[in-house]
Design a protein around this ligand. Structure first.
Ligand SMILES: NC(=O)c1ccc[n+]([C@@H]2O[C@H](COP(=O)([O-])OP(=O)(O)OC[C@H]3O[C@@H](n4cnc5c(N)ncnc54)[C@H](OP(=O)(O)O)[C@@H]3O)[C@@H](O)[C@H]2O)c1
Length: 348
């Protein structure tokens, strides 16, 4: 039986590398759906995948995870196309306007935290967040809430037939408890929305397991390590490409000290791919599955306990449900208003 796999943010970086790895593993047994916001880039990704796997079933879906109406419309489309979904990879993510704190970096360089700083980016990265057309914080919505809504919308085809489905998140080792509070889950008042959104994904994954395992839905969290993608290049946008290339030998050396420097999207997708092959019941809901690459370039996956607790996880889950109620109410009002405008335009 073919497996239906949907990947968000599939047109570049780690998402695209995952699709390539899944097709190399089993190009005939998969129906792959690339959910992307930009259809031109999505089409280019599809063409690249089909060039190496000509017979593969690769479909496209337009979805912007930062837009409530886009997520709802995309989910309706998925439910029309597929009777069930076996794997839902929640990988789309942004780190907008990152600011690199050079002072903190040099301080960290000569402290005992140097390896942790390189491995997790803790303390050296802040971002300037925006607000979406729905009035929500952009990073929170793109990285977490859009995906939360998608799961809620797709529930009928994720929890069905008595078969298990897997939700797999691309989180980060930059997900720190210190950047998150349930009271400000959108991170309106802080400067580290990326870290906060990733920590919230870790918490929400635990809540999903608590509430949905008995319905056959399992959720896991991964960290791809430090990977050279458009997201990482965006940390130092004025850095010319050739300087990144010059830095690569230094990064390979750092890899000897910290195996989290996976560097290529292929290596970064290791844990996402590894989870595809696991029985979800055997996975630890409190573990983050890390893609790691040894100094010699060997890839492997390692679970590491997450710094999360059930109480905060449940509190976040309830707040997300509450916000969902509010945005659905606003969406209905908007749809009703636009119907009224259309019908009065038709009358005049
Ligand atoms: N690179 C790293 O070192 C690293 C480390 C830890 C975690 N991660 C996580 O890995 C995931 C993939 O990132 P990447 O490194 O592969 O970077 P990337 O190449 O920039 O990929 C991000 C993907 O997300 C998509 N996306 C962004 N906003 C979206 C939206 N509103 N709706 C739908 N899709 C959207 C992008 O689409 P567009 O092409 O249209 O922008 C792109 O396909 C992210 O969740 C990121 O947080 C990366």
């Amino acid at each position: 039986m073919t497996k239906v796999v949907l990947v968000t943010g599939a047109n570049s970086g780690i998402g695209l590398a995952l699709c390539e790895r899944l097709l190399s593993h089993d190009s005939e047994g998969l129906q792959l759906c690339l959910a992307c916001r930009n259809m031109q880039r999505a089409q280019a990704a599809r063409s690249a995948l089909l060039a190496s796997h000509p017979g593969a079933q690769v479909a496209l879906l337009q979805m912007d995870t930062s837009s409530v109406s886009s997520v709802v419309a995309a989910a309706q489309e998925v439910k029309l196309r597929y009777n069930r979904l076996d794997y839902l990879y929640l990988n789309a993510g942004i780190m907008p306007n990152p600011q690199f704190d050079l002072t903190a970096f040099f301080k960290g360089l000569f402290s005992s935290r140097v390896i942790a700083m390189f491995a997790t980016g803790e303390g050296i990265l802040t971002q300037k967040d925006g607000v979406t057309a729905d009035g929500l914080q952009e990073v929170f919505t793109t990285n977490l809430f859009g995906h939360f809504l998608l799961i809620r919308e797709l529930e009928p085809i994720l929890c069905c037939d008595g078969r298990c489905s897997q939700v797999i998140w691309t989180s980060s080792s930059n997900a720190h408890r210190s950047t998150f509070t349930v009271e400000d889950m959108q991170h309106q008042g802080g400067t580290q929305p990326y870290s906060s959104s990733k920590y919230a994904s870790d918490l929400f994954s635990l809540a999903l397991n608590t509430h949905y395992n008995d319905k056959g839905l399992y959720s896991s969290v991964t960290c791809p390590g430090f990977v050279m993608t458009s997201l990482t290049y965006g940390i130092l946008p004025s850095f010319p490409a050739f300087l990144w290339t010059l830095l690569m030998p230094i990064f390979w050396l750092i890899r000897i000290l910290t195996n989290t420097f996976t560097l290529t999207p292929y290596n970064g997708a290791e844990a996402l791919f590894w989870l595809f092959k696991q029985k979800p019941e055997s996975l630890d809901p409190r573990a983050k599955y890390h893609s790691l690459t040894s100094g010699l370039g060997n890839n492997y996956t390692q679970p590491r306990k997450m710094d999360i607790d059930s109480e905060t996880s449940e509190a976040l889950y309830q707040k997300l449900l509450q916000l969902e109620g509010e945005v659905r109410r606003r969406l209905k009002e908007k749809q009703r208003d636009s119907k009224l405008v259309h019908s009065s335009a038709g009358l005049s």
